[in-house]
Design a protein around this ligand. Structure first.
Ligand code: HSE
Length: 329
């Protein structure tokens, strides 16, 4: 399958690296080679440094739309402006889209899903929530038999890293934030992380999918971690607790209640031991009971892992005959 990748930033470069390094394995799993036909990047040197041939790197989205052999477009630009326009153009043209873009999906998931259906295209977004953790797939397929009444968890790696460092090392918020930026966990503008907006966007995507209603940022009560002090952390610890930024959504009498805010959790709570940039998502369903999914919620290769998983899944669905595990052939 020929693909185009839009953007060669943190997740884009991770995706290129994985596709180049594991070409043979992915071909077997997908049932066909996955070929990067075009890569859209304003700074071609970034893509060239990864070994992408010069003729593959383009500076205009029109060049991608003009190439009819490209069936799947991998949107890793982020944001809600050009990414949203490009995604709509691709879906309208019947091209599949894989995206990690929670900003766009938190606002337009319903519209884009309808557009994909109307044009017989696939819209895949596993990487938009929880980085490497499979969340969207399990919720859509494996948990489809359960009616989910509550989703809660830790959905932001940067803030979890900051709170972990504050709790473990007793360092102030500002120092922990700087360390998280050095490690590449924070968004380009860390405001989105520390004010809780990033968690809220992921919660909006998940809640929309699980509860079948359009959930937007305005529906979520949001409080970030900027006001959590070293003293707050000491007080929590003295009481056998720790502070986590908890995203929580449930349906009560047909009405959504959703929030993102710092909460004190007893140390024996399973989420209290989710540390560093790790995320965890819990679901409560009528048949499945309580489920907790845990893993790396941020970073280049973990997020790219979810992106490539979606690309492989599209190949499998196109063929409809590829076994789940190619070793069974
Ligand atoms: N800045 C985000 C986080 C990256 O820290 O979780 C993944 O969305």
């Amino acid at each position: 399958m020929n693909i185009a990748i839009l953007g060669c930033g943190t997740v884009g470069s991770g995706t290129v690296k994985l596709l180049m390094k594991n070409e043979k394995e992915y071909t077997a799993k997908a049932g066909e080679p996955i070929v990067i036909k075009k890569l859209l990047e304003r700074h071609p040197e970034k893509a060239a440094a990864l070994g992408v041939p010069a003729e593959t790197i383009v500076s205009s989205f029109d060049e991608i739309m003009a190439d009819d052999s490209i069936e799947t477009v991998v949107e890793l630009i982020g944001g809600k402006t050009s990414a949203y326009e490009y995604t709509k153009q691709c879906l309208r043209a019947g091209r599949n889209v894989v995206t990690a873009n929670k900003d766009m999906l938190a606002e337009y998931l319903g519209e884009l899903t309808a557009l994909a259906h109307a044009n017989h295209a696939m819209l895949m977004y596993e990487a938009s929530v929880g980085g490497a953790i499979p969340v969207i797939g399990p919720v859509s397929r494996s948990l489809a038999a359960s009616s989910i009444s509550r989703i809660y968890g830790i959905l932001n790696g940067t803030t979890n890293y900051i709170l972990t460092r504050m709790a473990a090392d007793g360092i102030p918020y500002g120092e922990a934030l700087r360390d998280s930026q050095k490690l590449g966990y924070a968004e380009a503008d860390p405001t989105n992380d520390v004010r809780g907006y990033d968690s809220a966007r992921k919660l909006a995507v998940l809640a929309s999918l699980v509860f079948g209603v359009s959930v937007h940022m305005a529906d979520i009560e949001i409080q970030g971690i900027e006001d959590v002090s070293a003293q707050d952390m000491l007080d929590a610890s003295a009481g056998g607790k720790t502070i986590k930024l908890l995203a929580d959504a449930c349906m009560e009498n047909g009405r959504l209640r959703a929030s993102v805010k710092p909460v004190s959790l007893p140390l024996e709570h399973p989420l209290a031991s989710v540390n560093d940039c790790f995320n965890a998502v819990c679901f409560i369903g009528d048949a499945c009971g309580e489920i907790m999914l845990y893993g790396r919620g941020a970073g280049s290769l973990p997020t790219a892992s979810a992106v490539v998983g979606d690309i492989i899944e599209i190949c499998r669905r196109r063929h409809d005959v590829v076994p789940e595990n190619p070793l069974w052939k």
